[in-house]
Design a protein around this ligand. Sequence first.
Ligand code: PMV
Length: 324
Amino acid sequence: MIRVVASPNIAFIKYWGKERSTDPLRVNWALNPSLSLTLSKAQTTTELEFLDSGHDEVVLEDRSAGAADAQKIRRHIDRVCLALGEKIPAAIHYRSNNNFPMAAGIASSASAFAALTWAVLACLWGRPRAELWIKENLQRVSEFCRWGSGSACRSVAGPYMLWRDEAATVQDFPLKLRDTLVILSREKKKVSSRDGHEAALSSPLLPQRLARVENRLSEMTQALQAKDLGTFGRLLEEEALEMHEVALQGTPSVEYRTEGTRRVLSAMQEMTNRDFYFTLDAGPNVHVISERNVTKDLEAILQRLGIKAELWEDENGNSPRYLE
Ligand code: PMV
């Protein structure tokens, strides 16, 4: 049995909107490049075993998975085996657990598909060969991960990843950033990111966004390179708000932010001399990106607003790894 641990990532420049393609090689093909920070404390642990006979057993968070989830996992395993010219297993035993609260605004599909891809390779070839192959073929592994979930292609390494076209590559910036998540709600989001990507295509704001995003990416890259946290933060917030405006103007209109989200963002925007900045995923919870530990600052904001929220502090991370 193979055990893998992988971490999710938080996007600074967002993947929002993908091609409507029937070409299987262009599945989850983003309309624009994205840039992310791989996390380390949030982790998905996945166990996988290939069997010569029997039935599939798929367990998510200690519960037998529903048909749709089980099928998604099986489809990913089969695709990776086929892409490598390997035999598809007769049956699989899969189990995965997250150490972070599900539906809390940390993208669990990214770590889940990164861990699964690592696990498949070791089930096929054993750990040493899989490790070597991954080292020499990181782009290919990233592409496999993308087939499972777009953002998963950025969880193959770290600390920073740039996803363009088929796969993501490592970026090195001289800035060590952390992500403190303000968990305002743990409700499962009403609109999946899959439906969100689709709705974005109908948004009248999307063409303008796509025209602008390359520029923003390059400015952000320069700011990170120059350790210019202020410029980085301005671009980070602009990007998050733009993604949410695109969603809001789509058909159907998608609003992930809640009253709580808006109040926290406003409170941050009103502060002068700030050295921590927000971003949002497809959910109401606020990711705060900073160099230093800002727990105390966030607790003070929440107290002032009379909002009860949990904080999840995370730091920059790296590739998935095999466990003994
Ligand atoms: O990988 P998906 O299909 O779950 O999409 C992720 C979308 C966002 O998290 C909102 C943005 C991103 O780039 O991760």
